[in-house]
Design a protein around this ligand. Structure first.
Ligand code: SF4
Length: 286
């Protein structure tokens, strides 16, 4: 069920992917950083279209979304691949699989996903577990159908989607949870990315009137100093002080096994800083 991507353009004998802020320039026969968008004879092909590797019914609070359809279940799907390479990834087995050439998953069409969501009693669908911007054409096809059936659509994203991807799907997206992981150095050192595109995405969704919540995983000695926490809280408040901020506890994972679990003292301090600027702050994984 591979499909030609919508978000790309041809540049000489290569293609430029427009789905996320990396804007990879891809040679024939190669994929971009995410490993799921491949240049085949100068057409960009989405290798994970219709290939779902995780599918589950979750409480919406697990996304986490606390102030959007509270108390309901959400039908959640994800594919392999990611445009980040975070050393602390909690889902690295699926997010990094495509970079090793593994395009895994069950073949399933958008209409079947919508049917399953409805028969499971869910009134919303989440594009989650891995980064939805990298399979944005699949998101679009499902979200459009879902909307026609009266379902809502939620993106759980690292925020690195391009403006083009935002414009492409915004009509069908009702809510987002966006990670805001740290400062620019943090993004460069630990994720292979930059901060500014993430800030732009938060601003864009908020300005478009979508329901926005933000999550920060608090990692000891990486992003837990007062100034950094304060900068994040101030930024969110500058967009809208009613945005819900989830501060999440870190547990050692993937390449970051030598770190301690975030201490409760540190979480409490971050909560107090957050509350100076924001109306809704919650601690997660505690
Ligand atoms: S989605 Fe991002 S990482 Fe993947 S090919 Fe496109 S620009 Fe590159």
């Amino acid at each position: 069920m591979k499909k030609e991507c919508k978000l790309y353009k041809q540049e000489k004998d290569k293609v430029r992917c427009l789905a996320c802020a990396h804007k990879c320039l891809i040679n024939k026969g190669e994929t971009g950083i995410c490993g799921v968008r491949k240049n085949i004879e100068n057409e960009l092909i989405l290798l994970v279209y219709g290939k779902v590797v995780s599918m589950a019914v979750d409480p919406i609070e697990k996304k986490p979304l606390y102030k959007f359809l509270p108390g309901t279940d959400i039908f959640s799907i994800g594919t392999v691949g990611c445009n980040f390479r975070c050393d602390f990834c909690q889902n690295y087995d699926i997010s990094q699989a495509s970079k090793a050439g593994f395009i895994l998953g069950e073949e399933i069409k958008p209409e079947e996903i919508v049917k399953k969501a409805i028969s499971s009693g869910c009134n919303s669908i989440a594009y989650t577990y891995n980064e939805p911007a990298i399979f944005i054409e699949f998101v679009y096809d499902i979200a459009k159908l879902a909307k026609e059936k009266g379902l809502r659509n939620v993106l759980v994203t690292n925020g690195y989607m391009s403006e083009e991807a935002f414009e492409y799907v915004k009509e069908y997206i009702d809510a987002v949870n966006i990670d805001l992981k740290g400062n620019d150095l943090f993004y460069q050192k630990l994720c292979g990315a930059k901060l500014n595109p993430v800030l732009d995405t938060i601003r864009r969704f908020s300005k478009a009137g979508k329901h926005v919540e933000v999550t920060t995983l608090l990692i000891p000695e990486e992003n837990d100093d007062d100034k950094e926490i304060e900068d994040i809280a101030k930024f969110i408040a500058s967009v809208d002080k009613n945005i819900v901020w989830h501060i999440s506890r870190f547990f050692p994972r993937y390449k970051m096994l030598d770190k301690d679990i975030t201490g409760k003292k540190s979480l409490k301090k971050a909560y107090e800083i957050g509350r100076k600027y924001l109306n809704h702050v919650y601690l997660g994984n505690v």
